[in-house]
Design a protein around this ligand. Structure first.
Ligand SMILES: [Ca+2]
Ligand SMILES: [Ca+2]
Ligand SMILES: [Ca+2]
Ligand SMILES: [Ca+2]
Length: 403
């Protein structure tokens, strides 16, 4: 924890900041080995990185993670049948759709391997018998791949909707990685690549990579290349330089709407109905994504409630400005941690917004006595600020006008 204190004589302000966000960005967990046990601890660590809850199917959640292990896919969508590209946002809504370079019949199709009970050979042995030998599972008994392609794009949505979304991280298990042909790349909403890695090799074994981002970066798309060849009869791994790879579990952060919407505490892209009760310091929210009530204890009588996305996960954070001592208390939606700082004084009006254009809300006040805007920069972890005169006593700042 870094402690910063400075006296700003011009504005007669004292800024005290307890900083708890690191400047690091990509947190990468990797493992590879002969079997599931060899990668289990890295998988579990990555789950912890994303958040403890497994959010399952449907709904919208402020944090936590989602998982796909393929094992609940019905036989009608498993080998020898195709898996639709949108199965995991329509049939089983978990906020992902898949693309591949092979566009078969106007519908991007994918493969999920058969179960023993189905009578079709397991682990893609129905395509080539060698696949049942070189591929093993992390979670029995189904695996995943593209049809007629070996590169997959993963796009995120608010689960069960067509609203584009982003996640804080993504990880996957790979089967029979033999070379750096197999890689994963992470892309931001603006199309820029924010991280990329080749998988660790484990011939006939399992490899895992999970990357999460700790400085507010958001992942809009993941691209995965699997070996150098698609799965098909006669494409035998290790023969004629063929390297085929399959996949097992996907693990990723809860998808949140691409853009932040004020008052959106569940991240589904719509403002929720919110009440702050001063007598008890309770926040009551009707989550628009699930029509459920949430109650959060944050603040006390005399505090001025505000909301904003101070941690950059596209979900509103409960925040209060305490006029009696000029303190701000922000309850981060990403990890339930706190940002506590002092900025402003009694009589100031909170005017939270994104003034430095970094996608995160800035702690800010407007001072009626001299008509000054005073704004911290979230891009510098609220450690610096700027100010300018605009307006005069008696005016009402439009940001936060309800206060
Ligand atoms: Ca291989
Ligand atoms: Ca909402
Ligand atoms: Ca937030
Ligand atoms: Ca900002």
């Amino acid at each position: 924890m870094i402690y910063l204190a400075r006296t700003l004589t011009f504005f007669v302000l004292t800024l005290i900041f307890f900083q708890n966000s690191a400047s690091a960005s990509a947190l990468i967990r990797v493992a590879a080995g002969a079997n599931a046990a060899a990668i289990q601890s890295a998988v579990d660590q990555f789950r912890t990185d994303l958040g403890g809850a497994n959010n399952g199917v449907g709904g919208a959640f402020s944090n936590g993670r989602r998982e796909i292990n393929w094992d609940g896919v019905p036989d009608s969508f498993a080998e020898p049948n195709a898996l639709p590209f949108n199965f995991f946002n329509v049939n089983s809504p978990r906020g992902v759709i898949f693309h591949s370079v092979a566009n078969i019949g106007g519908n991007h199709q994918f493969r999920v391997s058969a179960t023993t009970a189905s009578g079709t050979a397991v682990r893609f042995g129905n395509l080539d018998p060698s696949y049942s030998i070189i591929f093993q599972t992390f979670s029995p008994e189904r695996l995943f791949q593209a049809r007629f392609a070996n590169e997959i794009e993963i796009i995120f949505f608010v689960p069960g909707t067509t609203r584009p979304a982003t996640v804080s991280g993504f990880g996957a298990v790979f089967c029979d990685v033999d070379s750096s042909n197999t890689f994963i790349e992470y892309y931001a909403p603006d199309g820029s690549k924010i991280s990329g890695s080749s998988l660790n090799v484990a011939s006939n074994g399992l490899s895992f990579i999970g990357t999460s981002f700790t400085a507010g970066e958001r992942v809009a798309k993941v691209i995965i290349r699997l070996g150098n060849s698609n799965l098909q009869a006669g494409n035998v791994d290790g023969t004629n330089s063929v390297d085929v790879v399959a996949m097992d579990d996907f693990i990723y952060g809860e998808p949140h709407a691409m853009e932040f919407h004020t008052g959106d505490f569940d991240g589904d892209g719509f403002t929720d109905s919110n009440i702050f009760r001063p007598a008890t310091g309770q926040w009551f929210t009707i989550n628009s994504g699930s029509n459920t009530l949430r109650i959060v204890q944050w603040g006390q009588n005399g505090d001025i409630p505000v909301d904003g996305d101070f941690d950059g996960d596209r979900v509103a954070d409960q925040a209060i400005f305490r006029p009696s001592d000029g303190s701000w208390w922000i309850h981060k939606s990403s990890d339930a941690g706190a940002i506590i700082t002092t900025f402003g004084t009694a009589g100031d009006k909170p005017i939270v917004g994104d003034y430095d254009k970094d996608g995160k809300s800035d702690i800010a006040v407007w001072r009626p006595s001299n008509g000054n805007f005073l704004i911290t920069r979230s891009s510098e972890n609220f450690a610096t600020f700027f100010g300018f005169p605009f307006g005069q006593n008696g005016d009402i700042p439009v940001q936060g006008a309800a206060q």
